[in-house]
Design a protein around this ligand. Structure first.
Ligand SMILES: [Zn+2]
Length: 271
């Protein structure tokens, strides 16, 4: 069975860009009667708030993005780098950027755990954006200096443990996918399929964020905007007309076929 996931990070309230990516994830898995998981990605304990996670669940329900099962939040899980080639590095970001790290050859006694990447170029295929090739710019940090798992390690282990077969998410995670692909290959785990939804831009041409306060789902709801109005605006960006998710089945078929999204979507503004 196909299995997808909604994986919000509870450091900020959901906005229209999140709704677009989660809508694509929902449509993709519903088109094949698959299972949709909810997983709260709260590894960043400093910025994650349980009350924001609760608000995100409410926003998802209100949007009609129902999930079948919630799996344990990342903050409750354990992660290991077992099976991966790694080294310890205690460089600052500045030192690494300046090319001053010597720890690949002479590992530090303590510090962050980094992947000893063996790859010059990493290839993968994206269902919406086609063949991808990325040169890893540096050895990814798998475990932070404070012992907390880094995003690439956590998301790969979680998707594997949760049996996720398709990853559908925002385009800001397209390039970071390369490290995840390398981890899957090193661990000899089957990769999920990848689909990255181009980012929704605000009227200022920048990625939607907290600074576009009025695009938060809860703010729109409080202002009297309906679920139908939101999907009426977002579904055309996923390549279909209509104002209800349930009625968008034919789009979901296109999502499966990889024909989702017009190439110029990333340049479009939400009016
Ligand atoms: Zn170093």
């Amino acid at each position: 069975m196909q299995r997808g996931r909604l994986a919000p990070t509870p450091s900020g309230h959901l906005h229209l860009g999140n709704a677009l990516a989660f809508g694509a994830a929902w449509l993709s898995v519903r088109a094949v009667q698959g299972e949709l998981l909810l997983r709260i990605e709260d590894l960043d304990r400093g910025r994650s708030r349980p009350e924001i996670a609760d608000a995100q669940r409410r926003d998802l329900e209100w949007l009609g993005l129902h999930w079948d099962r919630e799996v344990p939040a990342q903050s409750t899980r354990a992660y290991t780098t077992k099976g991966l080639p790694t080294y310890l590095c205690d460089c600052s970001r500045k030192q690494r950027l300046a090319g001053g790290c010597v720890h690949r050859k002479a590992p530090a006694e303590s510090g962050a755990v980094r992947l000893r990447s063996g790859r010059a170029l990493i290839h993968f295929s994206d269902r919406a954006q086609g063949p991808q090739a990325f040169v890893p710019d540096q050895d990814a940090m798998l475990v932070r200096r404070d012992g907390e798992a880094g995003y690439p390690l956590a998301v790969v282990i979680d998707d594997h443990r949760d049996g996720v077969t398709e990853v559908v998410r925002g385009g800001d995670l397209l390039e970071p996918t390369a490290v995840q692909v390398e981890l899957y290959e090193l661990l000899s785990w089957a990769q999920p399929s990848w689909l990255h939804v181009p980012l929704l831009l605000g009227p200022d041409g920048r990625k939607l964020s907290k600074s576009h306060g009025s695009t938060e789902i809860r703010a729109l709801r409080a202002a009297g905007v309906s679920q139908e109005q939101i999907w009426g605006a977002l579904l055309p960006l996923l390549g279909c007309a209509g104002d209800s998710l349930e009625g968008a089945g034919f789009v979901a078929a296109r999502v499966q076929g990889g024909a989702l999204l017009s190439p110029d979507l990333s340049k479009r503004e939400l009016s």
